[in-house]
Structures are given as C-alpha cells and as structure tokens.
Design a protein around this ligand. Sequence first.
Ligand code: NAD
Length: 356
Amino acid sequence: MNKFDYMEKHGYEQIVYFYDKTTGLKGVTCIHDTTLGPALGGTRLWNYQTEDEAVLDCLRLSRGMTYKAAAAGLNLGGGKTVLIGDANTVKNEAYFRALGRYVQSLNGRYITAEDVNTGTKDMDFVNMETDYVVGLEGKSGNPSPMTALGAFHGIRAALRFTFGDDEISKYSFAVQGAGQTGYYLIKYLVEHKAKKIYFSEINQKHIDRMKREHPEVEYLTPDKIFSANVDVFAPCALGAVLNDETIPQIKALVIAGTANNVLMDEEKHGNMIKDMGILYAPDFVINAGGLINVYHELKTYNRDKAVREIERIHDRLLEIFEIAKRENIDTQQAAKVYAKNRIQTINRLHANYIKR
Ligand code: NAD
C-alpha cells in the first residue's frame, strides 16, 4: 500500500507511528480530517498479522469517525488509534501510560477513548499522562444504553418516514444480537409496548438473560432472524450482515439498528436494499448516540443535555431520508452527502478572519 497515495485520495491529514522502548507499545494514530474540531476516536488493540493490515484498519476507521461526528452535528474530526499486540499479554499500567504520552504529544489534535480490547480502566491509565481522553470511569459512563437510545429514536424516524407514524405499539421488530446495545434497544421497545419482538443470539448467557427479564420477547435461531415477518429488522451484532445472501430474505420494510458497517459492500448492498423498497437507516448516523454522549464529557458532563442531543438523531435521519428520496440515491450515500455538506459549509464559514 502506498500510504501517501491513499492519504491524498481520501483526504487524510496525518499518520503517526509510535513505538515505546520501555513497554513495547507499538501502534499508529490516524487523523483523517479536523475541519470541524479535534479528531476523536477510540484505541483498538488487536493482534494484527501485518503492519499494513493495522494501518489500513486505522485509516478506514478514522475516516468513518469523520463522517460519524460530522453527521452527528458534533464539532469533532475523525481519528483512531490501533495498537498492535495480544490483548491477553500486553496490557498493564505502563503500557497505557505510554500511550497517554503519545496522545499528549499530539497536543489536542487527537482525543482517544476505549474501543475493542481497551476499557475504562485502561483509559484511566491513559488519563494519568494526557487530558485528551474521554470515556472515563465515573464520567459519561457506559455508552451502550445511549447508543441504543439513539437507535430507538432512529427507528421512530424510519417508521414515520415509511408508515407515516412512529407509534411503536403498532409495529413488530426482529433484533439481531442481544449484547450491550441490543439488550437496551429491546428494553426500550418493550417499555414502549412494541406489538411483537423477536431476537437472535449466539451467547447462551444473553439468551437466558432475555428469557428471564423479558419472557414475551421470542427467541429465533440466528438463521431465522433475517426472514422474520416483522416491520423492522434491527442489526445489533456484527458488521457485514447485509449481503447477497441475507438481503433477499428480509421481509421488514425498515432496517435500523446499532451495528457498525452492516452493509458488506456499501454501494452494491445499499442499492439492493433501496431497490427492494426497504428503508435503511445509515449505521454511522443511527448508532452515534454513544459518541454524542462521550462528546459531552469534553465539557461538563450533563446527562440530560446528552440525552436531548441523542434524541436529535430522529430529525437528522428524517433529513437524510429526504435527501435520498429527492436525489434518488441510497440512504447510506445520502448520509455521506449530508456529512460532507456540513464539513464543507463550516469550512467555508471559517474562511474569513474573526478575532475571538
Ligand atoms: P456486544 O458484543 O455486546 O453485542 C453483540 C451481540 O451479538 C453479542 O451478544 C453476540 O453474542 C451477538 N452475536 C454475534 N454474532 C451473532 C449472530 N450471528 N447472530 C446473533 N447474535 C450474534 O456488542 P455491542 O456493544 O452491543 O455492539 C453491537 C454492534 O453495535 C457492533 O457492530 C458495534 O460496533 C456497534 N456499536 C456499538 C456501540 C456501543 O456503544 N456499544 C456504539 C456504536 C456502534
């Protein structure tokens, strides 16, 4: 991979490599675009087989963060850090403090948080060396209920756009995955008296929890969830679940859930869903609740304010659905147009000098 070509093609600002000789910490921070504000994105720890694999993952994820933050109306850019190592062996205080020092060296251009294989306890160590970290213990808390809350409001928007109202009690749902976010989404749907809810899971503990807490929510085996006869299919498990094989099975008229990168091929499968007359709520817009929540940690954290901002995912999605309809493009593409428009507009707004 020629990294400079890739950076030029996709508009990246910076790739930072770091290696700490005391702890063996090695990784990369990618800053995609800081037009709107400091680049924010979590730190992922993964045993990448090659350096290129790690850098490409970091580049891809940081770009995704730019659009996610822009579409969420936040004054943040997109960034990400990946650490190369085995999560079972490398983690300790010094390792994460070393990371904190690299984050600090970027002087606020990049703010980190937890991600795959890193948690709030690790971020507490990072915080000993830098102020540029969010998602800390005792601050904005677990992002999952907030991500699910945003998805809940996104589902309301998709129902309204498709059926003309968002009365949850009139509709039925199939939720794929009842882990952190799926569990809370189901809880909100139950509280709003959804007509019928199905769920699928592969983790027996999560199946048992659901059966115990919400016996009215019906279990379906993972292969049956796509073809469930429902109004809304909510992917809340893995990425790439919407593909050539699964999309034709879907009976729901709305696809809206918390999972990231659900379209295996954005363009192809975004169009396939559109052509079937199904409304797809773009993943990076509907699942931004956790990011919006953590963003509020940068000021004095106020839960009510964060919740109000998360509720705005509803109106934002309606706007994106309108763009898709007007331009006759799929909703994922419309969401990108929406995010890029905001970045360009704010960029132009800042073209003249105003003393502050
Ligand atoms: P999680 O691991 O807690 O839950 C996912 C659940 O899906 C697990 O319980 C797992 O057993 C189940 N699962 C895996 N494969 C399955 C299959 N084939 N069929 C049915 N169930 C299956 O993860 P999470 O935090 O709830 O995240 C879910 C998705 O949402 C991910 O794509 C994640 O990137 C995305 N997301 C999460 C957040 C957040 O705040 N946690 C924020 C934004 C996006």
